[in-house]
Design a protein around this ligand. Structure first.
Ligand code: BTN
Length: 261
């Protein structure tokens, strides 16, 4: 059984209403929950039942928020943005979706708050080496659920990860409007997704490269087939894979995780 949505609080309804004409495919249906397990799970259930592309599932709090690679995503009430979107991209568009989403989240945060952030491959959003937002794309036959978690307040993440995590308010030293951040991220994502569907891939890859500039040309490490590797992150390819130089060799990493040294 799926929980019943409740009416969208003014904190979100106001900014989303004002952005209505720029929200593109996300303008039609926003479902709000005060508490869910994971917005990605709920959006996946709706997608399987035939929900239209562009459905937005938003929660104040998640009790089982999920991150990439099976990790937990802390999701306390009021401290972050926890949102999942139902998309139905072509196979080609799906390949670059997380890259486009990373770019859109940096665009949206900058438009709403003025804070400049970077992307870290494949799609984490960072400021000064600390993670501020993450993206979890989960595909099934006929749809992709794109989940976005943004730390708005420092309370969004547990104190034991504070050396590696940050929030918009911690960076700016002032309170920000959570609804405006969500609205501007959805506006940016609608525009980047339109570009993907129209095969304007270069605009997305170029935007990603600009936002990843502080991370490129630096040494990274990763694990593959149980072995530890190091190299220099050079760029991303047009299919979104990370291009890494290892001595004289050039490798492409398609998925997984790398750490910047
Ligand atoms: C990451 O590990 O960087 C991805 C984090 C994604 C978290 C978001 S919060 C909304 C959506 N629901 C989830 O359970 N996860 C994603």
């Amino acid at each position: 059984m799926t929980p019943d949505p409740i009416s969208l609080p003014e904190e979100f309804a106001g900014p989303l209403g004002l952005a209505q004409e720029r929200l593109g495919i996300f303008a039609h249906r926003v479902l709000w929950y005060s508490e869910v397990g994971s917005t990605n799970d709920l959006a996946g259930t709706f997608a399987e039942k035939g929900a239209d592309e562009g459905l937005v599932v938003l929660a104040d709090r998640q009790t089982a928020g999920r991150g990439r690679l099976g990790r937990n995503w802390a999701s306390p009430s009021g401290a972050g943005i926890y949102v999942s979107l139902v998309l139905r991209p072509s196979t080609a568009a799906a390949q670059l979706l997380t890259i486009a989403a990373g770019v859109a989240v940096t665009d949206g945060i900058a438009a709403a708050t003025g804070l400049s952030t970077h992307v870290k491959w494949p799609n984490d959003v960072h400021v000064s080496g600390r993670k501020l937002a993450g993206i979890l794309a989960e595909g099934a036959v006929g749809h992709v659920v794109l989940g976005i978690g943004i730390n708005v307040q420092p309370a969004a993440y547990p104190p034991d990860v504070s050396a590696r995590a940050t929030s918009i308010e911690a960076e700016l030293g002032r309170a920000v409007d959570r609804g405006l951040v969500l609205a501007e991220c959805l506006v940016a994502l609608a525009a980047r997704y339109r570009a993907l569907r129209e095969n304007r891939v270069a605009s997305i890859v170029d935007a990603w490269r600009m936002r990843a500039a502080p991370m490129l040309g630096r040494r990274i490490e990763w694990e593959a087939a149980g072995e530890h590797h190091t190299g220099v992150a050079e760029n991303i390819d047009d299919d979104g894979s990370l291009i890494v130089k290892v001595g004289a060799r050039t490798l492409r990493i398609r998925s997984g995780e790398v750490r910047w040294l």
